[in-house]
Design a protein around this ligand. Structure first.
Ligand code: ADP
Ligand code: MG
Length: 255
């Protein structure tokens, strides 16, 4: 089908996630001043910036854990900041994983992973159990299904937390410093899993202090500073030859 003026091939695909002029304050602390960002399907965007620059707040706004004061966030074309939108239904389409894995200590690993599908999505228990088992296999922890979280290493617990988010088949994964609480020798297994997810086409927005990982996996790096995205581009550009002095300062302090 072709129409006069434009054909589908002429148009860039619309982004899976789009933030337009997002603002968020806590009292008189303006955290996000004017953040605009497009994330394409399958893209991995890495947020970097000093502590307190608003990285977590940005992720929480996308997941509607925080309400934006102004601006628009579109997920798959839908304005999810519209107050009429069902926030729970929207959250169910977005996976979020935090630094602290927040697994339920009294539940087995398998029960942790199948909890939301059964309770939130109303999926039949046996179907949910089978899905959860597959997902644990996917993250390399099939043999831990019946263990309790405290019997697992931090890296394994974080992989369970990622499996728990993935089992809901999210459109998008948000990952907030998911390796920051881990002992250094356990960071690699979690980053390897994220790298695999990226290569399987998962759309991801994450923040991390692991610049080596950002270089290898990010399509786009955004440096947050002063309430906005101060510099944005490929990892080679932003991490390798940043244009902005403040980005250079930030990167120098990491070394
Ligand atoms: P980052 O993740 O980049 O370290 P955050 O998004 O956690 O930054 O925090 C950005 C700013 O917002 C900080 O000044 C922090 O104190 C403030 N902030 C974050 N969450 C809240 C909240 N729930 N209530 C009040 N202030 C908050
Ligand atoms: Mg944070």
């Amino acid at each position: 089908m072709s129409e006069i003026g434009s054909s589908p091939q002429d148009e860039a695909p619309s982004p899976l996630l789009s933030l337009q002029k997002v603002r968020k304050s806590f009292g008189d602390n303006v955290v996000l001043r004017d953040v605009s960002l497009d994330v394409a399907e399958g893209e991995c965007v890495v947020l970097i910036g000093s502590s307190g620059s608003g990285k977590s707040t940005l992720l929480r706004c996308i997941n509607l854990l925080e309400r934006v004061d102004d601006g628009v966030i579109r997920l798959d074309g839908e304005d999810i900041t519209d107050p009429r939108v069902d926030a729970d239904a929207t959250r169910a389409r977005i996976g979020i994983v935090f630094q602290s894995y927040n697994l339920f200590p009294h539940l087995s690993v398998l029960d942790n992973v199948m909890l939301a599908p059964v309770r939130v999505h109303g999926i039949d228990r046996e179907v949910a159990r089978a899905d959860a088992k597959l997902m644990l296999e996917r993250v390399g922890l099939a043999d831990k299904a019946n263990a309790h979280p405290d019997a697992l290493s931090g890296g394994q617990q974080q992989r369970v937390a990622i499996a728990r988010a993935l089992v809901n088949k999210p459109l998008l994964m948000l990952l907030d410093e998911v390796t920051s609480a881990l002992d250094p020798e356990l960071v690699g297994e979690v980053l390897d899993l994220l790298k695999d997810l990226k290569s399987e086409g998962m759309t991801m927005v994450l923040n991390t202090h692991e610049m080596g990982f950002a270089r290898r996996v990010a399509d786009t790096v955004c440096f947050l500073d002063g309430g906005g995205i101060h510099e944005q581009g490929s990892p080679e550009a932003v991490l390798g030859s940043p244009a902005q002095e403040r980005t250079r300062q930030f990167l120098r302090r990491l070394h």
